[in-house]
Design a protein around this ligand. Structure first.
Ligand SMILES: Nc1ncnc2c1ncn2[C@@H]1O[C@H](COP(=O)(O)OP(=O)(O)OP(=O)(O)O)[C@@H](O)[C@H]1O
Length: 269
C-alpha cells in the first residue's frame, strides 16, 4: 500500500491570487506530522484541500492522492465515501462539528452506524449505542452514559472537544487531521487533549496531520514537521532536527518567538 496522503504540486488560488503554491507533501501510513506557520500561511487550506473540502470559491491544481484516490478529480459522492473511511477532521472549535440541538450520543451514533454497515456488521440500536459508549470511554469522558444524553451546551469545552474526537474516530479513519484542536482550550485541558490524541492515534495505527501555530504543541505530538510561510513550505523534516537545527531563517524566527513567549509567561527577562 502506498502513502495515505500524497500531495504534489498543489496550488490553491482565489481568482488569480495564489494562497498555496506548488506544495509537495507525502504522509506515510501511521506517521504523525505537524504543520506550523503563522496565521494565513495556508495550513488550513492545505488540509481542507487534502480531503476535498476546499471552499468552492477557491480553485485547486496539482495532484492529491488520499488512500490512492485522486481527490481533485472525484465527484462529490465518491469523495464523501472516501472521506468516510480514509480521513476525519477535528477543528479548533468543537461546536462547529456538533449539532447544538441533538443529544451527543445520537450525533455520534450516525458515523458509528455508517461504519458498522460499511463493515457488514449489525447496526441495530443496541450495537450502535454500545459502540458510542465505548468511544466516549476511549476519549476519557467521565460518565459516558450521562454525556450521551446531554446536549453540547451542557458540557465543558474540553469535553466537547473529546466528543468531537470521538466522532472523528467513529469511522476509524486512517488519517486524522486536526486543525488547531487545542487552541481554544486552557493550558491544562490542552495538554490532556494532546496526550489523548497522541495515544489514540498510536493505538489505532492512524496517521496524523496536526496543524498549529504553536511550536511547543507541535513538538509534543509530531514526529515530522512542515513549516509553512506565505503558502509555501520553507522547511520539512524530522521534528527533532527541524527544531534543534532549523535551516531556514523563518523557522529560527518562529523558534525565537516561541522561546520569548515562554520566557514572558514564566517571568524571565
Ligand atoms: N475562501 C477564501 N477566499 C479567499 N481567500 C481565502 C479563503 N480562505 C482562506 N483564504 C486566504 O488564504 C490564506 C491561507 O489561509 P489558511 O486558512 O490556510 O491559513 P492558516 O495558515 O491556516 O492560518 P490560520 O492559522 O489563521 O488558520 C489566507 O491569506 C486567507 O486569508
Amino acid at each position: 500500500m502506498g502513502p495515505i496522503l500524497e500531495i504534489s504540486g498543489l496550488t490553491i488560488k482565489a481568482g488569480d491570487r495564489p494562497l498555496v503554491s506548488n506544495l509537495d507533501l507525502v504522509i506515510e501510513r501511521g506517521e504523525r506530522w505537524g504543520v506550523i506557520g503563522e496565521s494565513g500561511s495556508g495550513k488550513s487550506l492545505t488540509a481542507l484541500a487534502s480531503i476535498g473540502l476546499l471552499p468552492s470559491a477557491l480553485s485547486a491544481h496539482g495532484k492529491i492522492m488520499l488512500d490512492g484516490q485522486p481527490v481533485l478529480d472525484l465527484p462529490e459522492r465518491a469523495l464523501t465515501q472516501l472521506r468516510g473511511r480514509a480521513a476525519s477532521v477535528v477543528f479548533q472549535e468543537p461546536l462547529t462539528a456538533l449539532d447544538p440541538l441533538m443529544r451527543l450520543g445520537r450525533q455520534t451514533a450516525e458515523p458509528v452506524a455508517r461504519r458498522l454497515r460499511r463493515e457488514g456488521k449489525p447496526a441495530d440500536r443496541k450495537a450502535v449505542e454500545a459502540e458510542v459508549l465505548a468511544l466516549f470511554e476511549r476519549v476519557a469522558l467521565p460518565e459516558p452514559a450521562r454525556i450521551a444524553r446531554a446536549y453540547p451546551f451542557e458540557i465543558s469545552g474540553g469535553q466537547r472537544q473529546r466528543v468531537a474526537i470521538a466522532m472523528a474516530l467513529a469511522c476509524q479513519p486512517q488519517l486524522l487531521i486536526a486543525d488547531e484542536p487545542t487552541t481554544a482550550l486552557d493550558v491544562t485541558t490542552q495538554a490532556e487533549i494532546l496526550a489523548l490524541m497522541k495515544d489514540v492515534v498510536a493505538d489505532m495505527g492512524m496517521a496524523l496531520l496536526f496543524i498549529s501555530h504553536d511550536l511547543a504543541v507541535v513538538n509534543s505530538i509530531a514526529e515530522k514537521i512542515v513549516v509553512m510561510r506565505n503558502g509555501e513550505i520553507v522547511e520539512t523534516g524530522a521534528a527533532q532536527a527541524v527544531l534543534s537545527r532549523p535551516e531556514h531563517a523563518y523557522t529560527t524566527a518562529l523558534l525565537a518567538a516561541a522561546t520569548k513567549f515562554e520566557d514572558a509567561l514564566e517571568g524571565r527577562p
